[in-house]
Design a protein around this ligand. Structure first.
Ligand SMILES: [Zn+2]
Length: 78
């Protein structure tokens, strides 16, 4: 499951979590509504749902590390 196709990079700036490119609509530098607490929970392997503010598509995050989200869907082969 933890293969490259299921990951998506994110960036943390202060307390804000950005996604460089939306996997759904390709918007750039998207500021998410994800909170620091959500990120910490994701890092503990607790599933989080992220609704992309750009296109309202839902990203199911199964876990996170310092650079990547591990997602339920295969995002890179679309
Ligand atoms: Zn989007």
């Amino acid at each position: 499951m933890s293969t490259f196709e299921y990951t998506w990079p994110y960036e943390k700036m202060m307390d804000d979590i950005y996604i460089n490119e939306c996997p759904f609509c390709k918007s750039g530098n998207v500021l998410t509504n994800m909170k620091q607490e959500d990120l910490e929970l994701a890092k503990e392997g607790i599933k989080r749902l992220l609704v992309m503010p750009c296109c309202r598509e839902k990203l199911v995050i199964l876990k996170a590390d310092d650079d990547y989200f591990w997602t339920e869907e295969k995002l890179r082969e679309r």
